[in-house]
Design a protein around this ligand. Structure first.
Ligand code: NAD
Length: 416
């Protein structure tokens, strides 16, 4: 039988496992299995050729018991409501495991931004904001970037919101450019946070990171920063990277500047000078110490998990490992840093961005990174301790920590 790759079914199954271990009462379990609120809408956009096309958009506010919703907006041709629901659920567990006073939400639009002009993208971004503006805000729900959305798109959305409400409100959205109230260190934050968790895992496994081989799948915001910071700040030897068009390999290590320049010129990492082209599937199966999936969901499956040779799998992407693959990797003794812990750096620094917007007082990058390290390392330790106490893998332990915190807030509010 083939695996069920519906991300929301996977997210619910993961919660079910945690609920059984925690002996969560049935009413609480059922409440936490579904989003509290969701919005579905169409966004008509005038295209450059004068025609109009309607795009389907979503915003899911999964749970806001611990604070305002928080979660990125994804522009992707394969976007589905179930993907957005899963990502919103994972945001709920991510903010809880990081112990920041926010809930979980997520947004998305079914579109292919690579086929759209900057003007069309701007009109889509503004149209999206007009649809969700009545339901968001710094004390309700705060969007941010995700796959195929970036600081420029956040800037257009911020401007649209401020035009509608007729005052400045930088805290309505995070991942903004610095000039509009963004935080130092936000763009590289997801990769930086992930590298802190890799350092913590390596310490547990008595591994040194200096010269340690690493492969990274996905070369967008997260993957490219993981390459640069992993090489420059942690001494990793990144031997392979890839994007949706294919991968590149050099056993002596890849220079992040050379790869970025090549990507800038050609739009893909393949055919980069002094490297050998490899397929995405080959990258995942390379004989490296650390594997970083930083692309999209369902990349490590029952079909390839038994071929993974890394000692640490650091899930910078959301949902890169299916449950069947997870079990296989556990059996092989691979240390998995689960997604909503590994990639929490983005939301932690988004939270810092919101705090700075509230105070109108901005921190230096060094302070942002120090505080990020403290926050994500505290979360890592809480998950590790839970894993030791309950004798469960890190992913299950992360759920136990997060679900306990969310359930406590729900109970204190008297909802269930
Ligand atoms: P992005 O759009 O900047 O980059 C995505 C990269 O993945 C691109 O290089 C794309 O070519 C590549 N890709 C897509 N499909 C692929 C495939 N099948 N095989 C190999 N490569 C493929 O997105 P991003 O912001 O870097 O996000 C990457 C992942 O990290 C996503 O799962 C996202 O949800 C997660 N994440 C992002 C943030 C953030 O702050 N940006 C925070 C937490 C988690």
């Amino acid at each position: 039988m083939s695996e069920n790759l519906n991300p929301f079914a996977i997210a619910q199954a993961q919660l079910d496992e945690a609920a059984a271990i925690l002996q969560l009462d049935e009413a609480m379990h059922q409440f936490l299995r579904e989003p509290m609120r969701e919005f579905h809408f169409t966004i008509p956009v005038r295209l450059d050729d004068g025609t109009t096309r309607s795009f389907r958009g979503f915003r899911v506010q999964y749970n806001d018991a611990r604070g305002p919703g928080k979660g990125g907006i994804r522009f992707h041709p394969d976007e589905t409501i179930d993907t957005v629901r899963a990502l919103a659920a994972w945001m709920t567990w991510k903010t809880a495991v990081s112990d920041i006073p926010l809930g979980g939400a997520k947004g998305g639009v079914i579109c292919d931004p690579r086929e759209m002009s900057p003007g069309e993208l701007e009109r889509l971004s503004r149209g999206y904001m007009r649809r969700i503006a009545p339901y968001i805000g710094p004390t309700r729900d705060v969007p941010a970037p995700d796959v195929h959305t970036n600081p420029q798109i956040m800037a257009w959305m911020l401007d649209e919101y401020e035009t509608l409400v007729n005052h400045h409100e930088p805290g309505v959205i995070t991942g903004k450019p610095l000039a509009l109230g963004g935080s130092q260190g936000r763009t590289p934050a997801t990769a930086m946070g992930g590298l802190f968790t890799i350092r913590n895992a390596a310490e547990l496994l008595d591994m040194s990171l200096n010269g340690t081989s690493c492969a990274i799948q996905g070369y967008g915001n997260v993957g490219s920063w993981a390459h640069r910071l992993g090489t420059e700040k942690f001494g990793l030897k990144v031997v392979a990277v890839s994007d949706e068009f294919g991968g590149i390999y050099n056993p002596h290590g890849l220079d992040p500047q050379v790869v970025s320049d090549h990507l800038w010129r050609t739009g893909k990492v393949a055919d980069c000078p002094e490297t050998e082209n490899i397929a995405n599937a080959e990258l995942l199966e390379l004989d490296v110490d650390i594997l970083i999936p930083a692309a999209i969901e369902n990349q490590l499956t029952a079909n390839n998990a038994h071929k993974i040779r890394a000692k640490i799998v650091a899930e910078l992407a959301n949902g890169p490992t299916t449950p069947e693959a997870d079990a296989i990797l556990q059996d092989k003794g691979i240390y998995i840093i689960p997604d909503f812990l590994c990639n929490a750096g983005g939301v932690i620094v988004s939270y810092f961005e919101g705090v700075q917007n509230g105070y109108q007082y901005y921190w230096e990058e060094e302070m942002v990174n120090e505080r990020l390290d403290r926050k994500i390392s505290t979360a890592f330790e809480a998950v590790h301790n839970m894993a030791q106490n309950r004798q469960v893998p890190a992913r299950v332990a992360a759920y136990l920590v997060a679900v306990t915190r969310v359930a406590e807030a729900v109970r204190l509010r008297g909802w269930v």
